[in-house]
Design a protein around this ligand. Structure first.
Ligand SMILES: *Cc1c(COP(=O)(O)O)cnc(C)c1O
Length: 391
């Protein structure tokens, strides 16, 4: 196996698909220091509200360590449930306007554990073609029949719903924000079709919680369908603190059943108190003021309009993800490399992560970016864009 793996790794490298990791020697934030000593502005973290190293969050984690210890040494149902876990579950339900919540170690686990306990071979899952890997894996772990519809295509979704009418239960599963384009799922139409064809709705709010909607309450706020989704999954690892931890929140009977049957919940450790305390503090920050969310919204508009003024081809986005289209794979790598030399850290994506001839640079905005940070990024993009004759 050793020589086989060495050969495969060499093939990955030759195909230009090898993932290299830049090492950061500072806390995560909009200004970071790499282990080379170079200081760069970070435009590729999911740190949408700037909470990764926010003093209130760090302090809440310290407080929870002091009051509730380091670890739980148990799964939830044996002896791994503290008062804080119950409080965080209630707070997440309040945030999304749902009935009950179940915590997981990650949203990857939540998506992996949410389908199998609820659906059997007589049921159907109707899944958006661009759903996150963890939803795809969760569907694979479940015996329900799988239907796929083209990304956010409501005509195709309707066709699949018609085809799935013979099943006992149907569930539509979708990301709220698709991470490569930054587009949002049209939740109003999805909920309408779910009603018409008697289907449940599952939404993954990983990139939308804290980001999308007038006050950052996610895609159900944006489309005015709060309370209509049956299951919402999400993460504490992006806007809501940036640490780790996931959840499913929704109808109480569903959440109760997941507590009984969901394998990643039953057979994996309870999330540690510091993470729980920080999660509660993140929700406190969001619920006491819309300041961070307002700042993020402003930064998104400023960045997008600056890029458009420079003449870049930007995908329409209603999230904090901005796809700068370059179309050519090699160009996307060169562009990202040159931006790093200018002190702007972004990532270029190309096939197979995005479709062929759709290479791009993905920019992620944060509430912690200042006007000066945005100006530096916009100037660097414009300079390199001119040098490479893109604008
Ligand atoms: C990041 C992400 C996940 C995984 O979340 P973790 O909590 O990091 O496991 C799941 N779904 C979507 C859509 C994501 O973007």
């Amino acid at each position: 196996m050793q020589s086989y793996l060495a050969g495969e790794l060499e093939n990955i490298r030759k195909a230009g698909l090898h993932k290299n990791e830049h090492v950061i020697a500072s806390p995560q934030g909009v200004e970071i220091t790499l282990d080379t000593g170079r200081q760069v502005l970070n435009f590729c973290a999911n740190n949408y509200l700037g909470l990764s190293a926010h003093p209130d969050i760090v302090q809440a984690a310290h407080r929870a360590l002091d009051s509730h210890g380091f670890g739980m040494s148990s799964v939830r149902f044996i002896c791994g449930t503290q008062d804080m876990h119950k409080e965080l579950e209630r707070r997440i339900a309040r945030f999304f306007g749902t009935e009950d919540t179940i915590l997981y170690a990650s949203c990857f686990d939540a998506n992996g554990g949410v389908f199998e306990p609820l659906l059997g071979e007589e049921d159907a899952i109707i899944s958006d073609a661009l759903n996150h890997a963890s939803i795809i894996d969760g569907i694979r772990l479940c015996k329900a029949v799988r239907y796929r519809y083209a990304n956010a295509d409501m005509d195709d979704l309707e066709k699949q719903l018609v085809a799935a009418q013979r099943h006992r239960f149907r569930i539509i599963a979708t990301d709220a924000v698709f991470s490569m384009d930054g587009n949002v799922a049209p939740m109003d139409s999805i909920c309408r079709l779910a009603e018409k064809y008697d289907a449940l709705v599952m939404i993954d709010e990983c990139h939308s919680a804290g980001v999308v909607g007038a006050t950052g309450h996610g895609v159900t706020e944006l489309f005015n369908v709060r309370g209509q989704a049956d299951i919402i999954t999400g993460t504490l690892g992006k806007a809501l603190g940036g640490g780790i931890g996931g959840f499913a929140t929704g109808r109480k009977e569903i959440i109760r059943m997941l507590r009984q049957r969901s394998r990643p919940y039953l057979f994996s450790n309870s999330i540690p108190p510091s993470v729980v305390g920080a999660g509660i503090a993140a929700l406190d920050l969001l619920e006491t003021s819309t300041g961070l969310h307002d700042r993020l919204t402003q930064n998104i508009h400023r960045f997008m309009s600056g890029m458009q003024q420079s003449g870049f081809d930007i995908k329409p986005s209603r999230s904090a993800i901005v796809a700068v289209m370059l179309y050519d794979a090699a160009l996307s790598q060169e562009f990202a490399e040159r931006l790093l030399q200018e002190g702007i850290y972004v990532v270029g994506f190309y096939y197979p992560v995005v479709p062929k001839e759709q290479a791009r640079i993905r920019v992620q905005l944060s509430a912690a970016h200042t006007q000066a940070h945005l100006d530096r990024a916009l100037n660097a993009f414009a300079k390199i864009g001119r040098e490479l004759k893109i604008i």
